[in-house]
Design a protein around this ligand. Structure first.
Ligand SMILES: [Zn+2]
Length: 235
């Protein structure tokens, strides 16, 4: 065996659809130990699919052999039944939990999508929002967004404050929304609701939540309002 370690060199990185750098690096360093390429300066696992890249190094590029299964990222849709016409809105409802055995890392878009689906199966519309303080805003008769507003030079928000139905503190970096009666049936006690939890009246029905943070072009730092999820009554 030849255990020679080569000098590192910088080559263009062809990611095959994976996200290996959130700053958008297009190059990486590579060196070889005993003929096996060691790529440094980028993530070990894809930020979308959580897979580890299998590298092939040519004279002109570092290429990832296995393609990303989600080259556009992930949009996650769930439904929430709201027969009571009341929802409780906060960051963490605590009574709703899921088993993440076998899930991808929560640091990946896939792991977050799996968490969203598992929480929905438990009866809670949940989604990550990063370290923002978003709100639930009405956008139409039976449509809403979970969003954080942008502000102009005079600190005026671009989402009307009159349309804000609930603010969401982000100790958990997420929103959690459930049918008020379902939440009570799970042991939720309205007497214990604090200032960080809001009960909102909405039309009874079935609501679709379309969560966007896993999408490839989602930018949490975009100027102007950032919409984490669209919410609409579908039945
Ligand atoms: Zn990937």
């Amino acid at each position: 065996m030849n255990f020679e370690i080569t000098e590192p060199k910088t080559l263009p990185l062809e990611t095959n659809g994976h996200v290996l750098s959130f700053s958008g690096k297009t190059e990486a360093e590579v060196y070889f130990i005993a003929g096996i390429p060691q790529v440094s300066g980028v993530a070990y696992d894809c930020g979308v699919c959580d897979e580890r890249p299998k590298y092939r190094v040519t004279d002109t590029a570092i290429e990832v052999e296995n393609p990303c299964p989600y080259p556009d990222g992930l949009t996650t849709e769930i439904t929430l039944e709201v027969p009571s016409g009341k929802i409780v809105v906060t960051d963490d409802l605590r009574l709703y939990r899921y088993d993440d055995t076998g899930f991808a890392s929560y640091n990946s878009a896939l792991g977050q999508a799996q968490a969203i689906q598992a929480m929905a199966a438990a009866g809670c519309a949940y989604g990550p929002v990063g370290n923002t303080c978003p709100g639930l805003y009405r956008t139409g008769p039976d449509t809403y967004v979970v969003a954080r507003p942008g502000y102009d030079e005079d600190d005026n928000p671009d989402l009307p404050e009159d349309d804000s139905l609930a603010g969401i503190v982000t100790d958990l970096w997420a929103y959690s929304i459930a049918d008020f009666e379902h939440w009570k049936s799970r042991g939720g006690d309205p007497e214990t609701l604090g200032w960080t939890e809001t009960v909102v009246d909405i039309t009874p029905g079935t609501y679709r939540f379309t969560h966007h943070t896993g999408e490839r072009d989602f930018d949490p730092d975009a100027p102007g309002a950032v919409v984490f999820a669209h919410v609409e009554r579908i039945a």
